[in-house]
Design a binder for this molecule. Structure first.
Ligand code: X8Z
Ligand code: ZN
Length: 598
């Protein structure tokens, strides 16, 4: 494919799939830009539906054939976006109405994976990308060789969640981390090719391109992340210090050192990103709320669909529509026994209208109860912005998409659980420290992980972390931010970053850090909206149409306006602000600091 620039000075006709745009040799006009965008949106809409379907089949049924089909469809999208981004340069320097200028920018930023203009390199890139995601999805640990029973990620996560035997935990941890070295070299090549694509589109590298997606300069965004991290770091430090003490008490100083990083396999989670599974080891002796959602759901024989029904009922209580019948027919809720699927939870909209689905290997746990609300948040957001034009069919920024369902889950309070009949009696205020600690093990523990994932990738993409230092760079960041270390020595034969889905899956991660900050900001604003004035962690918007209206208004805006305007519509504030999460956990912070002094 020739680049458009070569055509520019003369009469030009460039083919955009089925649509051809003819332009005269004269200077570009606003009318041409309008037509260009309208045609581009139509073309991208069609291609995104096709590649979405191929990706859906591939991740529900991983085989060589579905991989090839998904890679082909993705290649078509990448080719189109590359071509459109190049073609849009014709309008550089032209005074355009803001909406058009924004859409031209959004074309370039519509992908997390930019591809080189060279067809062979583009195909190589999509093959690697799809291959890595599939390899992760297929990943298993076979302790006695491939002929003997193997453990899936779900099996290994169950061990991390429930075992308190450090040796068994270590085996499960190292077993899963053996899945990623086979695609370490692929990741090196992937980085080269995606960087090339990003540079051809005018970005410094892929990391700079990702950071350009926040209505501000990429460096300003990096500074914004750091500002938010500094706001919450003292809260993390208090939780971490308390957790170390309790882990030493459980495992002894030979397993958990008095100072220095703590081994990563002891936090109840494969990536030490969510510590709720070790709540039992950490719970305050006198203020435990006395109920365990996992135990309640299991005792009631709740099945996967039943779990999702609880989630839907929350959204409809806010005045939002029930999920379409097709959602229930077409979603994947449980792990199939007879084939490989990508189990990492995700939410989809197959026609960019109402064909929404989730794909998830649900376990009957309190943790997945939250994840279901998270995923349904994506689906409700997708349906709300569906009437927008193609390039605006997105959230205000990606942190908003990740925050929506989590905001709802923050309203899963004891009072809410009592209302829907899952508990008989809501514990009184004496249980608050227990409630807050449980929530902090999910949210506060996550913050440094949410931050460091893309610290690592930004450095890998810029070359600051060279391929020969992938693992060293990874563990330096894990130690610096999370304060953790691998359970046993690692080398550059390992690829530990690659054992987290979003690395082989190429999903940017800063979004989850932002979401963790934003969801508390949303929650505080919605509590204000409904006139609730009690402690934030006891506030629930369940059943409140006013909160539903506010959320709906924000979601319906999609990506049509810069994100500060969407934030303002919902919260009255125009900046991301960690004071909400800090306010929420203030009583816990005081308690932790008191414990840590003793
Ligand atoms: O990937 C997810 C969602 C899908 S968007 C399940 N999350 C991150 C993770 O699992 O690492 C939600 C929390 C962070
Ligand atoms: Zn999500």
């Amino acid at each position: 494919m020739q680049t458009v620039r070569r055509f520019l000075p003369i009469i030009c006709v460039f083919i955009l799939g089925a649509v051809s745009i003819a332009c005269s040799g004269g200077p570009a006009t606003v009318a041409e830009a309008e037509k260009f965008i309208a045609d581009a949106e139509k073309r991208l809409q069609d291609l995104s539906v096709k590649s979405g379907r191929a990706a859906w089949v591939q991740s529900n049924f991983i085989t060589e054939d579905t991989e090839a089909l998904a890679a082909d469809a993705q290649t078509q999208v990448l080719a189109a976006v590359t071509e459109l981004a190049n073609a849009s340069r014709r309008f550089d320097g032209l005074q355009l109405p803001p909406e058009l200028a924004r859409k031209l920018k959004l074309i370039k930023l519509s992908l997390s994976l930019p591809a080189p203009d060279n067809a062979a390199e583009r195909e190589e890139l999509t093959r690697i990308a799809v291959g890595m995601e599939s390899a992760y999805g297929r990943g298993k640990y076979c302790p006695d060789g491939p002929e003997k029973p193997c453990l899936s990620l779900g099996d290994l996560e169950r061990i991390l969640r429930t075992s308190r035997n450090p040796d068994e935990l270590k085996r499960a941890w190292t077993g899963w981390h053996a899945v990623s070295p086979p695609y370490r070299n692929d990741y090196v090549r992937f980085t080269e090719l995606a960087n090339k694509g990003a540079r051809e589109m005018g970005f410094k590298d892929l990391g700079a391109m990702w950071r350009s997606n926040y209505d501000m300069e990429p460096d300003a965004f990096a500074a914004e992340m750091e500002r938010l991290w500094q706001q919450v770091k003292p809260l993390y430090d208090s939780l971490y210090t308390y957790t170390r003490r309790r882990l030493i008490k459980k495992y002894g100083p030979s397993v958990v050192p008095e100072s220095g990083p703590i081994p990563a396999h002891l936090f109840g989670n494969m990536w030490s990103q969510d510590w709720t599974n070790i709540y039992e080891l950490l719970k305050p002796p006198t203020s435990d709320p006395g109920y365990d959602l996992t135990e309640i759901l299991q005792r009631r024989n709740t099945d996967a669909r039943g779990m999702v029904r609880y989630g839907e009922a929350f959204f409809t209580s806010l005045g939002l529509d029930p999920l379409p019948a097709t959602f229930w027919d077409r979603s994947l809720f449980t792990k199939p026994q007879d084939r490989d699927v990508v189990c990492h939870a995700s939410a989809w909209n197959l026609d960019n209208q109402k064909d929404v689905r989730i794909k998830m290997c649900i376990t009957i746990t309190g943790e997945d109860f939250n994840v279901i609300h998270h995923e349904l948040g994506h689906n409700y957001y997708q349906m709300a912005y569906a009437p927008q034009s193609t390039l605006h069919q997105n959230s205000a920024n990606d942190g908003f998409h990740e925050a929506l369902g989590d905001t709802i889950a923050l309203s899963v309070t004891p009072e809410y659980l009592k209302k829907i009949g899952l508990i008989d009696r809501a514990p009184d205020a004496s249980a608050d420290i227990g409630l807050l600690l449980h929530k902090a093990l999910e949210k506060v523990a996550f913050l440094p992980f949410g931050y460091l994932m893309d610290q690592w990738r930004w450095r890998v993409f810029s070359g600051e972390i060279a391929p020969g230092d992938y693992n060293k760079g990874w563990w330096e960041l894990r130690e610096k931010y999370q304060g953790i270390a691998p359970p046993e020595p690692r080398t550059e034969r390992d690829f530990d970053a690659g054992a987290k889905y979003h690395i082989p899956g190429n999903t940017p991660y800063a979004r989850y850090f932002l979401a963790t900050i934003l969801q508390f900001q949303f929650h505080r604003a919605l509590c204000r909206e409904i006139g609730y004035t009690g402690p934030l962690h006891r506030g629930s918007i369940y059943g409140d149409g006013r909160a539903g209206e506010k959320l709906k208004k924000m979601m319906e805006m999609g990506a049509s306006r810069p994100w500060p305007e969407a934030l303002k519509a919902l919260t009255g504030e125009s900046e991301m602000d960690a004071t909400a999460i800090i306010d929420y956990f203030a009583p816990l912070k005081a308690w932790l600091d008191e414990q840590n002094r003793q």
